[in-house]
Write a protein that binds this ligand. Structure first.
Ligand SMILES: Nc1nc2c(ncn2[C@@H]2O[C@H](COP(=O)(O)OP(=O)(O)OP(=O)(O)O)[C@@H](O)[C@H]2O)c(=O)[nH]1
Ligand SMILES: [Mg+2]
Length: 333
């Protein structure tokens, strides 16, 4: 992969951006290989996404369009609830906004919501190695998201990246990460218990270590205790609690509370492309009081990820995924 990236950079320049990587079982000369799709930096990464957003199938089913013009105060709560915001929270927000001002127009609402959403995606770079953990319920996209960020660090080329996994329970979990490590040309270490994770962290000569953890059901007390032990051993500087936008609000609330108690410092929202609404994410933000770090919107590594901003999150919530995506695409184009 590193060699391939050198070729890509030689062809497209230092700013080359990886759009998609795909393992090929067999290449024409009979050896296994992989296919890379890359673009020059001046070609916005958002181009394929913008194209997708414009396709009729792309908008998540049921996503209401962004509100336009003034929203009558009597409809503010139902407008938020239709976008997935928990009713109690919607009432509290509507009351607070109505005290302040005239009928909320869509743009004012967007700005007010953006100010309410804490975001954080800085890195504590003074630490070496800087350890970043990805935790959360099963199947939310922890490993894929880790791979997206690892690819970005590798492409950036400024830091030596190592992958570390504590997920040795699920069948093929290590193989999944091995495939990414091979593609990215990074080191992968596997820790079978907390003691090994501690040792591997201490021995690491990387500048940044991305730690994958096993998916745990939020009601699985023993699993959560095991995860706590892993996190205590790994002492991550940042721990992204990954939550899927497809989770039901009551489940989001429980998962947010139980995982945040393990010491996560950021919320990372996944699968926005699969969810008709995003207002439910406010419940996780309100429950934990943690900032949002990133949101993901597809399976493409490393393309389908955005750093969270207050405005981006507010657009997601008020206008749905396709609206927020095209806003990002317009700005980067
Ligand atoms: N549509 C969509 N799919 C995603 C996204 N992120 C991950 N996936 C897919 O979700 C599935 C599970 O992803 P993983 O990264 O293995 O999830 P995980 O949380 O590591 O799973 P466990 O380790 O089993 O708990 C895979 O098919 C991913 O390609 C996303 O943002 N959107
Ligand atoms: Mg995983």
């Amino acid at each position: 992969m590193a060699e391939a990236m050198q070729k890509v950079k030689a062809e497209l320049g230092e700013g080359a951006v990886l759009l998609r990587t795909r393992s090929l079982e067999l290449s024409l000369d009979g050896r296994a290989g992989f296919e890379i799709t890359a673009a020059e930096e001046s070609e916005p990464v958002a181009v394929p996404r913008a194209a997708r957003a414009a396709a009729p199938a792309a908008p998540a089913a049921g996503a209401p369009p962004p509100p336009a013009g003034p929203i009558p105060s009597g409809q503010l709560v139902s407008c938020l609830v239709a976008r997935g915001v928990d009713e109690l929270l919607a009432r509290r927000l509507a009351e607070a906004w109505q005290k302040k001002s005239r009928p909320a127009d869509a743009e004012a609402l967007l700005k007010a919501l953006a100010r309410l959403i804490p975001v954080r995606n800085d890195l504590a770079l003074s630490h070496q190695p800087l350890v970043i953990a990805f935790v959360g319920p099963t199947g939310v996209g922890k490993t894929t998201t880790l791979a997206k960020l690892a690819a970005q660090f590798v492409l950036d080329g400024k830091m030596r990246v190592q992958l570390l996994t504590a997920d040795t329970h699920r069948i093929a979990a290590v193989e999944q990460l091995e495939a990414y490590a091979r593609l990215l040309g990074t080191d992968l270490r596997v820790g079978f218990d907390a003691a090994e994770i501690r040792r591997l962290r201490e021995e690491s000569e990387a500048q940044i270590v991305l730690l994958d953890t096993p998916g745990i059901g939020p009601m699985d007390d023993a699993g959560l205790r095991g995860l706590k032990g892993i996190l205590e051993a790994a002492r991550p500087h940042h721990a992204h609690l990954c939550l899927s936008a497809g989770m039901r609000t009551p489940d989001l609330r429980i998962a947010a509370a139980r995982f945040a108690a393990l010491g996560c410092d950021r919320l990372l929202f996944t699968k926005l492309d699969e969810s008709g609404t995003a207002g439910q994410l406010l419940t996780a933000l309100a429950e934990t009081q943690l900032p949002a770090s990133y949101w993901t919107c597809g399976q493409v590594v490393p393309g389908d990820i955005h750093a969270a901003t207050g405005e981006g999150m507010a657009r997601l919530i008020l206008g749905g995924f396709s609206n927020a995506e095209s806003a990002v695409a317009t700005r980067t184009a």
